[in-house]
Design a protein around this ligand. Sequence first.
Ligand SMILES: [Fe+2]
Length: 455
Amino acid sequence: MPSARVVPRRTVLRSLAAGLVFAPGGLAPSLEPAWMWSGAVTATSATLLAAFTGRLPATPVLLVDTGRALAGARRVEGRATAAPSRRRADRIVVEYRLEGLRPDTEYFTGFDAASGTRARLRTFGRGPFSFTVAFASCAGGTRPVPMSHVSNSRVFDAIGALDPHLFIHMGDLHYYNINGPARFGDVLLERFRRGLDRVLSQEHQALFYRRTPIAYVWDDHDYGPDDADARSSTRQAARRYYGVDVPHYPLPLAPLDDGPIAQVFDVGRVRFLMTDMRSERLPPAGEMLGARQKAWLLGELERAAADRVPLVAWVNPVPWITADGDADGWGRYAAERREIGQRISALGLGPRLVMLSGDAHMLAFDDGRHNPNGGFVVAQAAPLDRFVRPKGGPYSHEPPQQKNGQFATLQVEDTGTRLTATLQGYRYLGSGRAAPVRETRLRLECVGDRCTLVP
Ligand SMILES: [Fe+2]
């Protein structure tokens, strides 16, 4: 007697996870990505990455529109960015390049106009543009036993509620501390991809990244093991993974899967420089950035000065204000720090440069008085969701107590002649809400190429 055909339970679960749920009475599958996140936003373009599981008949087409209903959506063809691995033949990541967008406009994206989740982003304005950027690092959860690696904190709801145009994640996206022999590169790559899957399947992070574009650079725990540097066996796998699974601005120093992931981009009239403090770091040589990345940074600083950019934000994920020789942050790279600080001073950029920094699990700003290397403003903002652990200092603006669930914003009001930049620290209160931390607030007023601190 022929037995009834039973669909294996695993297949059913996988189909459900893939969103290939059949409409009642119909056979058309509705496509639901496992996750979506966007980045590389400019005034007219952006990149959206979506992960799909399940065997798809074709690369899904993205619908893009200014209305959530996607009623008049245009269709954007995607490009599968990486061959499915042997271990995960059913998972693909598809990259969608959105071009020809209108400046300062909100866009929604999805794969099915009738149903399914939406991602959302806002393009930047051209020229003078008022905006908010949120920034922070370190999201691993706070459970010590067993150690948690990934966060599902509602601090992400709280940041989302402030509706920043961009979230700058300065590393420790998770704490998987991926490690292993470099010869098993494909296995390491798979671990990075799985780590990202876990981050983006946490409800509150998933929601946040679907509605807030990112600019993300790794620190140690999401690049390799604790305190990892250029010698880490994970270096190449981390680079390969970043190139295909993370939406990013062009990588001028890493066109292939080698080289640091440094990036430069403008939001309105503010220029952001983002450096990679891990994959080129060589402690025995006293090098933090590596020769190529240092030359690039100095060149970009020179270009910002020549362009008379009113404000420069250097995203430097590790603490700048630490004593010479200190094991934390730039302490062991004092000569390199001095050289960069001197160049910033010589270019006259000190008064109009702010450094956004993480790694230290603390919220603390310095108005420049404790920064002998360049004299610029430094803003430390962390941890999103991890134990408190201060580093470096002293800082001119520091709350009496550090807590978990901290981040900061850089809010820019630009009339075209006067640019006001406000740095504000926040702390998570619970129930998806955060409040400004009084002690961490700094304001710069920039006219022409001169910024002054407002008392
Ligand atoms: Fe951290």
